[in-house]
Design a protein around this ligand. Structure first.
Ligand code: PMP
Length: 348
């Protein structure tokens, strides 16, 4: 196409299968049923929704509730159509053609995709051989490459490794570049770097309602940073980016977080059960602080499981086959283990 930007020629569109049957363990969603009180609230809300009007362009009620939750001023919060949208806005606001972006490798695929679309160049600092973070290597990468923007994914998708706040602070203070700490899975780690935002003006923490809070279908993410950084994003953010449904459902969730505590706790305890069970089956499984496991095996795990309508994500890294498996409900995890046990002779 003669009118298309040349750099898009080799780029493939993001792909994600839309699966609505069977057991969906391929996208790190929270597969527990959503709280009945949330269903009831949204049913009532539909009767009075102002769908013929534009929504609040600044999602003020939601930003204020988030600000109260994290004890920061409300102009330190911005909401996006998923944290994906905020990643793109940050890159758009910061990158000039050819600028460098540093990220761990392997990590979330959109870092590369969005960096590329915005004219930048993604440089990956490999994780250690056990897929934990290699902080000295990351610091050395920053020193050597002098990137304009740095991603830390905590816990990291797809490997599940995590940094402490103290380690992240070392990274943030080693640079004047913008540091994005992506905490899409932070609720499963049980810690957040948001307190660091009060100390560092080059830091933004991104979070999402898509994972622990079961709202992947509503598409709501948010960022917390000092006001000038939020103002920078707001210059780029299009009007009315969050629809009224998304604003309402996320507001209910952030003001009723306790309703999600049982499913988050169940996922965290199931994580340890699943790690143990998969190891007993002879698979190589890495430690995870998230709601998914990074599994190394030459077996075609995806094919074995798909036959039973259990869907996981086939990934591969450095020419080797890997799989990412979300932690489901206890029942879903047991079914997964049982299917793999049936195939135990191939696993052993
Ligand atoms: N960051 C990470 C690390 C993710 O894994 C994802 C979703 N896969 C996102 C951000 C984006 O999430 P969302 O756009 O649904 O908020």
């Amino acid at each position: 196409m003669p009118f298309m930007k040349q750099n898009l020629a080799g780029l493939e569109a993001y792909k994600a299968p839309y699966i609505t049957t069977g057991i969906k363990l391929d996208a790190n969603e929270n597969t527990h049923p959503i709280p009945q009180a949330l269903r009831d609230h949204m049913r009532e809300w539909v009767d009075s929704m102002l769908i013929s009007l534009y929504p609040d362009t600044n999602s003020i009620a939601l930003c204020e509730a988030l600000a109260r939750n994290y004890e920061v001023p409300s102009d330190w919060v911005v909401c996006g159509v998923g944290s994906d949208q905020l990643i793109d806005y940050l890159l758009r606001a910061v990158l000039k053609e050819g600028d460098k972006v540093l990220a761990p490798g392997p990590s979330f695929s959109m870092y590369r995709q969005s960096t590329f679309i915005n004219g930048g160049q993604l440089i990956e600092v490999p994780l250690a051989s056990d897929f934990s973070y290699d902080v000295p290597a990351f610091l050395e990468g920053i020193r050597k490459e002098q990137p304009q923007l740095i991603f830390i994914c905590n816990p990291n998708n797809p490997t599940g490794c995590a940094l402490t706040n103290e380690e992240m602070e070392r990274i943030v203070t080693s640079t004047s570049a913008l540091v994005i700490i992506d905490e899409a899975y932070g609720e499963f780690l049980g810690e957040t770097a948001i307190p660091l935002v009060k100390k560092y003006s080059n830091l933004i923490v991104l979070k999402t309602f898509s994972k622990a809070y079961s709202l992947a279908g509503a598409r709501v993410g948010y960022g917390v940073a000092q006001a000038p950084l939020i103002t920078m994003i707001n210059k780029i953010r299009p009007p009315f980016n969050l629809n009224i449904f998304a604003q309402e459902v996320a507001l209910w969730v952030i003001t009723h977080q306790e309703a999600f505590a049982p499913s988050i706790a169940a996922i965290v305890s199931e994580r340890e059960r699943l790690i143990k069970a998969l190891k007993e089956l002879g698979l190589t499984v890495y430690n995870s602080k998230a709601n998914f496991l990074w599994v190394e095996t030459p077996l075609a795990l995806d094919e074995i499981l798909t036959k039973e309508e259990i869907f996981i994500k086939k990934m591969g890294y450095n020419g080797k086959p890997y799989f990412r498996i979300s932690i489901g409900t206890p029942k879903e995890n047991t079914l997964l283990i049982n299917v793999l046990k049936k195939e135990a002779r191939v696993c052993a």
